[in-house]
Structure formats: C-alpha cells, structure tokens
Write a protein that binds this ligand. Structure first.
Ligand SMILES: [Zn+2]
Length: 241
C-alpha cells in the first residue's frame, strides 16, 4: 500500500498528494462540530475536513497526517476513474458497451450491438458522449415514467436530468420529477426502481408504509435494486468526460 504524502505547509493544503494523484481537499468550519472530521466524498472525488469553530488550522493539518493510512485505504477501495472516450467499455443500462468514433457517420450517435457510435470531429467528443448518454437515459426514463404514472392514474409534469450529489431522483408537489443522468451506468432494473420510487411520490409525498406498497406495485423486486444502489451507487461516479 502506498502511503499518503501530504503537502507540508503552514496552512491547510487545497490538495492531498497521494502517490501521483492530487485529491481536492475542502475545509469547512462547523460551530456544532465537537471534534475534527475527515471524510471522503466519492461524487466530488474530494476529501472534506471539518474543523470545530475554535480549532487551529495547524491542528487540522496534524490530524490529516495521523490519517494517512486511512486516506490511502479509502482511495484504494474507490473504483478506478474511467474517462469517456473511444475504445472504452462502459455499462449502458446494464449492457457492456464499447464507445466508438466514426467521424463521417450520418447520425449524431447510434446505440446497437453493444456499441455506442458517435460522429463528428474528435474535439469535444467526451462532451458529446455524455450528451448521447443523457439522451439515452432520458428516453428510457420518460417511457418508464409515463407508463408507471398511468398505472396509478397520475400524470407527470416535467422530467429533468441533473448531475446530482446526494440523491438519484426527486419529485416535487408540482409533479416535476428529476433524476441523476448517471443512472445510465446502472442496470436497467435499478432505473426502473428509481423511476417507480419517484412516480409513487405522485400519490404519497412521504415514505410511509402505503408509499412503499405503491413502489412495490410498480416494481415488485424493488428491494433488490434499492440495495444495489446503496452498495454500488458510488461506482456510478467513476465515469467522466
Ligand atoms: Zn422518496
């Protein structure tokens, strides 16, 4: 295991240097914190250091040094980052899919036979791969959402996609539902569960027993896919343009 080399500095560094990686470090003051906390956030691929109001910055630096083994272990356990580029194989709704680039292809992108093919110049390709994946997941979500809403006699207003940090979906009282576009990297059944969850909120705006019964009616195996997200959710953040 490689040990964490931390920047020696009189103040808290903006980065942790671990091997060849520079990991962003975010510092927060928290009046209610009783002690110093160091946490890792996979969504941002950053560590956050929380300092109680009166704690000296130098104590924060000392604390980080005592945690170097934990920092190394945490990073080793993280799934490897994967860039979205031609040649790379990524999961698309549960199917292993190779990204390919055909500059002269007529359509913007196609998805078939386990290949995601994109046209156009190589410039901005990562961006366009992400756009294609968003379009793919949006179509699936829209189809699932309208179908499931009809099953419980409700209607969806607007569907939006975001790169969320703390939740995979949400539902507002105006019947607008929002999803993380990163669900495209999850198995199709997981998408089905997350959509079922938000659609069930069109009937119950809480997490009551009756809400979960509605989820189950829309997605009978939901327990399994809810667990999948809890265990594997962080892996959906490993892909980037
Ligand atoms: Zn909910």
């Amino acid at each position: 295991m490689s040990s964490a080399n931390l920047l020696k500095s009189c103040c808290i560094p903006d980065f942790l240097e671990i091997g060849t990686n520079r990991i962003p470090l975010v510092i927060r003051r928290n009046r209610r914190a009783k002690r110093i906390y160091l946490r890792y956030n996979p969504a941002d691929h950053a560590f956050s250091l929380t300092l109680p109001q009166r704690t000296r910055v130098s104590d924060g630096v000392d604390f980080i040094h005592t945690k170097s083994d934990w920092i190394s272990e945490t990073l080793l356990q993280m799934p490897q980052k994967k860039n979205l580029k031609p040649g790379v194989v990524i999961p698309v709704l549960g199917e292993k899919t190779r990204i390919r680039h055909f500059p002269d292809m007529r359509s913007v992108f196609t998805l078939k036979d386990s290949e995601l093919c994109l046209s156009g110049s190589r410039e901005h390709l990562p961006r366009r791969i992400e756009d294609a994946l968003k379009k793919i997941v949006r179509n699936e979500i829209a189809e699932l959402a309208h179908f499931k809403a009809a099953q419980i006699g409700r209607k969806v207003n607007r569907i939006t996609l975001r790169d969320t940090r703390s939740r995979w979906g949400s539902c507002s009282s105006e019947r607008n539902i929002m999803f993380s576009w990163r669900l495209v990297f999850a198995p199709y059944e997981v998408l089905d569960y997350v959509v079922s969850h938000e659609i069930a909120h069109l009937r119950h705006m809480d997490h009551s027993q009756r809400f979960w019964e509605t989820v189950e009616a829309l997605c009978p195996e939901y327990h399994e896919w809810k667990d999948w997200l809890r265990i594997h959710g962080k892996e959906l953040y490993r892909f980037s343009g």
